[in-house]
Design a protein around this ligand. Structure first.
Ligand code: SAH
Ligand code: SF4
Ligand code: F3S
Length: 468
């Protein structure tokens, strides 16, 4: 079956659902949708939301709705607990809304023990599917509308990428674009390769075509997304590097800003640094997850770089792009982490000058190699280290991000604050700036002088061209 025909088949199911709902005694049904997890999940949530809207559903902000849909994440245990919490609440809503449809999909549903628990303890959930058959949502939902029993459809993996499914987005002027799916890296703590399957890249033509369409539709900033964008294109029949893809995307007229996430340090090439440094559109912001500063722990994590290589890479990139904003992910409490290992992490934070670091407490994920490692670190030790890491990250971050004080930066205006007459936007470095202005400027680029830095954001004012 070719890919277009799959999208067409699903469009027919959307139509069928629509006809069924129009003929029912609920012709204007409502739905509530919520996303957990990463930006790649967000895109898929937006796609499912677009399909629900095409079926005739109207989106609402509360779970008091005719259908409630959760796209789940399982990267850490607390993401799972959140979903079980929501389900408890939905049970009480369903008592007075017996026809309400409850749909769960995404990463957490790829775990057999989760599905078993839902089957046993949450029989009022209507539909469960995973990460590999999201394009089948209209077909599955159609079945759900005609049935009162629980429908579960989980695929183990898939080598197909279905193009052309409906999409929607939060902002008319900026959006994420998935360029690849899955992950082949098997970091020893991480569940993503098990729930997302093997790495698959989209064809560059399909990506460029999608972005061209987005630009025609008003988008000027895109974020290219993948678990490890630096290995983009390696599995294609005609391999393409990520740097080559960026060069193609750069040529799209009307597109003004290109971002990407996430870069794995082991695959970040000189070619990419060169393309970034030369580019007029690629933002000077790099998210480069560290995870740990200890070479011994990095080896246990299967990250395939060490502390020295990471720091050398940071130096090389800063040399090529001096105003770079660098952000990272760091984990504390990986099995066997000693005080000395942890001090190595603090040392990298001292040296790398991150603008922001997302910090996580290691969470044991069933089925990953790290879950069965002995010497899991006691909770009180981890919490204490986490506190120390957080204060260093915040102190360093405040200093790093205030370095633009007094400069004029181009801002993409995103929204009006709750306080009327104040706008919020971002610099290419992804720094948040508030300034007085009228809502007509939303979606436009303006030059703003960053007058004062308040921790992680700035206050500024728009400057006229002759003031720049
Ligand atoms: N592909 C990206 C990360 C995706 S997950 C990369 O390789 O950098 C986002 C972040 O969640 C990771 O960078 C890591 O810091 C964190 N994470 C992943 N698994 C985790 C676990 N088991 N416990 C705690 N944090 C975890
Ligand atoms: Fe997980 Fe590592 Fe893949 Fe990132 S690169 S998704 S941390 S296995
Ligand atoms: Fe979570 Fe899946 Fe993303 S586990 S972080 S939603 S790939």
């Amino acid at each position: 079956m070719n890919q277009n025909s799959e999208a067409e088949i699903q469009m027919q199911y959307i139509q069928k659902c629509r006809e069924f709902l129009e003929a029912s005694d609920q012709p204007h049904p409502t739905f509530h949708i919520q996303n957990e997890g990463c930006q790649m999940n967000t895109i898929q949530t937006e796609s499912v939301a677009a399909m629900m809207e095409q079926m005739g559903y109207v989106k609402v902000d509360t779970p008091e709705a005719d259908a409630v849909v959760y796209n789940t994440c399982t990267v850490r245990e607390n993401a799972n607990q959140k979903i079980y919490g929501h389900l408890g609440h939905l049970k009480s809503i369903k008592k007075h809304r017996p026809d309400m449809k409850i749909v769960l999909f995404g990463c957490m549903m790829q775990e057999p023990h989760v599905v078993e628990k839902i089957r046993r303890e949450y029989p009022y959930v209507s539909l469960v599917f995973g990460t590999h058959n999201i394009h089948k949502f209209p077909e599955l939902y159609c079945r759900t509308l005609h049935s009162d029993s629980q429908i579960i459809d989980i695929w183990k993996d898939s080598d197909e990428i279905v193009e052309g499914m409906p999409t929607s987005r939060k902002y008319p002027f900026k959006t994420g674009v998935s360029i690849m799916f899955g992950c082949n890296n098997f970091c020893s703590y991480c569940i993503v390769p098990y729930v997302r399957g093997r790495e698959k890249s989209r064809e560059p033509q399909a990506i460029v075509h999608e972005i061209e369409k987005l630009v025609e539709d008003g988008v000027t900033e895109v974020m290219l997304l993948g678990q490890n964008v630096n290995s983009y294109g390696k599995t294609l029949a005609a391999p393409v590097t990520f740097a080559q893809l960026l060069t193609q995307v750069e040529q799209i007229e009307g597109l003004r800003r290109i971002r990407f996430m996430t870069s794995h340090p082991k695959d970040l090439s000189d070619e990419l640094i060169g393309v970034m440094a030369k580019s007029r559109k690629i933002c000077h912001h790099l998210h480069l997850p560290l995870q740990s500063g200890s070479s011994r722990i990095l080896k246990e994590m299967n990250r395939r770089y060490d502390k020295e290589k990471y720091l050398a890479l940071v130096e090389k990139i800063r040399c090529a792009i001096p105003d770079l904003s660098l952000t990272t992910d760091i984990m504390v409490g990986f099995p066997g982490e000693t005080e000395e290992d942890f001090l190595e992490t603090l040392d990298v934070v001292e040296k790398a000058d991150y603008d922001t670091a997302f910090t996580f407490i290691y969470s044991r994920r069933t089925g990953t190699p790290a879950a069965s490692m002995e010497n899991q670190v006691p909770e009180d030790v981890v919490k204490e280290r986490f506190g120390r890491l957080l204060s260093l990250v915040q102190e360093k971050g405040r200093r790093a991000s205030s370095r633009f004080t007094g400069t004029v930066q181009e801002i993409l205006v995103e929204e009006e604050n709750r306080e009327k007459g104040t706008l919020t936007g971002r610099t290419q470095h992804n720094l948040l700036v508030h300034f007085p202005g009228e809502p007509e400027l939303i979606g436009k680029y303006v030059n703003v002088r960053l007058d004062t830095c308040r921790g992680f954001y700035y206050f500024g004012h728009i400057v006229r061209e002759n003031e720049v």
